[in-house]
Design a binder for this molecule. Structure first.
Ligand code: NAP
Length: 443
């Protein structure tokens, strides 16, 4: 009997692992189990809508899904449709590949005010994630504070800074297009608790901020150091020098006709979100960097803003039956091993660090571990899962069903856009049985 493997999560780490296992010499059968009907996880719901090329990796994921050893069960949620223990009873190996979909809490007074969002929620909203469809951020405000100096913070700033024309060929949902079109944001503030040298941006992402049609990046040149004092690898030094050079270039850019301003503010740590029910301002403390850490100076200042997006990193979601490290926001593991027959890969294993392809080596490691850990398989896998789901009236979909949904999205794309995403789970499922239910709203 082949070794039966269930991969929980159809994002990048899940697909890379399925690919490595499908190509391995082990006699195995792999089923990818995904809580939403749509696969691809972070690619569909995290990658910025104006970075369409980054999403091309889904073509190779589709090839993996079409492999004879690989199955797909969409719309199946661990915890809702079956427990992790039940899944482990059905498969020889269970692999957690659920990523890091939650926001780390900002953890300052006032962070629960209306108008304060984590980046996972805000990005999910403009990317049409069903969980965040109804977030309804009020963008009829003049100023936004974005906290964090990572690539996600730049994604958020760029989407808020771009003109409707710059976003016209994206797969932004209609509701997000309408909200961004009606938005009155004139000032964006990106705050880093440390300095420009410590910022985590990719240079290509940072440079993009200098080429926006209607938004001028603004830097206080006094915050840019003359030189980098850290002991760094050659690669890191080059990246940071490039970022410093880009920031210096920004300082010299002519405003031209650009109306919006994007202020990069360093050495600024959030202390409190101010306002009544809604956010009205952010209070921050000036910092200096000592031994690589941000140390408060006691000097504070306030920036008026009607929206705060906290982009300070993500964390994994605990699942009942999985040992979880709250501090690290990841599943407790030893090189991906959690317990006998239970593994973890990707951001759920390592925390939310790295680009999409950084998840590839986890799949290779996993395939090697599984090849060493198992002789012939003992558990039934897919047929037993289907029986259990059918007994519970759970509605799962296969990959061919997803491709039907995908085709419907592509067929209804606005001119120039790659697709019009179906947002709600019911609307995705309705595509598969169009006569059984009234058509839902697409956005
Ligand atoms: P990130 O790169 O880890 O950046 C998080 C930022 O939040 C850092 O600047 C960090 O500052 C700051 N921060 C953390 N806790 C804070 C606090 N309590 N108060 C104030 N600031 C705080 O995370 P990310 O931007 O969410 O990105 C996640 C991963 O996805 C990264 O590896 C990123 O490169 C990747 N990504 C890549 C792309 C791309 O390549 N195009 C696009 C999006 C995301 P400190 O440095 O001081 O901790």
């Amino acid at each position: 009997m082949p070794v039966t493997i269930a991969i929980v999560g159809a994002g990048p780490s899940g697909f890379y692992a399925a690919e490595a296992l499908a190509k391995s010499a082990s006699d195995c059968r792999i089923d990818i189990i995904e809580r939403l009907p749509a696969p691809y996880g972070l690619i569909r719901y995290g990658v910025a809508p104006d970075h369409e090329k980054t999403k091309n990796v889904t073509r190779s994921f589709d090839r993996t899904a079409g492999h004879e050893r690989v199955g797909y069960y969409g719309n199946v949620e661990i915890g809702r449709d079956l427990t992790l223990d039940e899944l482990r009873g059905l498969y020889d190996a269970v692999v957690i590949a659920t990523g890091a979909p939650l926001d780390r809490a900002l953890g300052v007074p006032g962070d629960d005010k209306i108008g304060v969002f984590g980046a996972a929620a805000f990005v999910g909203w403009y990317n049409g994630h069903p969980d965040f469809r109804d977030l309804a951020p009020d963008l009829s405000i003049g100023s936004v504070a974005i906290i964090g100096n990572g690539n996600v913070a730049l994604d958020v700033a760029r989407i808020l800074a771009k003109t409707p024309e710059e976003l016209a060929t994206t797969d932004l949902p209609d509701y997000a297009v309408a909200a961004l079109r009606a938005a009155s944001v004139a000032e964006l503030h990106v705050f880093g608790r440390r300095g420009p040298v410590e910022a985590k941006w990719a240079n290509v992402e940072l440079r993009e901020m200098g080429g926006l049609a209607d938004c001028l990046p603004v830097i206080d040149p006094a915050q840019l150091p003359e030189r980098i004092v850290y002991d760094l690898s050659e690669r890191d030094r080059r990246l940071r020098e490039k970022n410093l050079a880009t920031l210096r270039d920004f300082a010299g850019v002519e405003a031209g006709t650009r109306r919006k301003r994007l202020y990069f503010s360093f050495y600024a740590k959030p202390l409190e979100v101010l306002g009544g029910e809604r956010v009205e301002a952010l209070r921050l403390e000036r910092t200096r960097v000592e031994a690589g850490r941000a140390v408060g100076t006691g000097e504070t200042f306030e920036v008026p803003c009607g929206l705060v997006v906290s982009s300070i990193g993500y964390c994994a979601e605990p699942i009942e039956g999985l040992p979880f490290d709250e501090g690290a926001g990841a599943v407790i593991n030893r090189d991906g091993r959690v317990a006998e027959g239970l593994y973890v890969i990707g951001w759920a294993k390592r925390g939310p660090i790295g680009v999409i392809s950084s998840n590839k080596p986890d799949g290779v490691t996993l395939a090697r571990q599984i090849a060493g850990d198992f002789g012939p398989g003992k558990k039934p896998g897919g047929p037993a899962l289907e029986k259990l789901l059918a007994g519970r009236g759970a509605r799962w979909i296969g990959f061919a069903d997803w491709k039907t949904i995908d085709a419907a999205e592509v067929a209804t794309a606005p001119p120039g856009a790659p697709r019009r995403k179906l947002i709600r789970v019911d609307d995705m499922l309705a595509v598969l049985e169009p006569t059984a239910r009234p058509p839902g709203e697409a956005g």
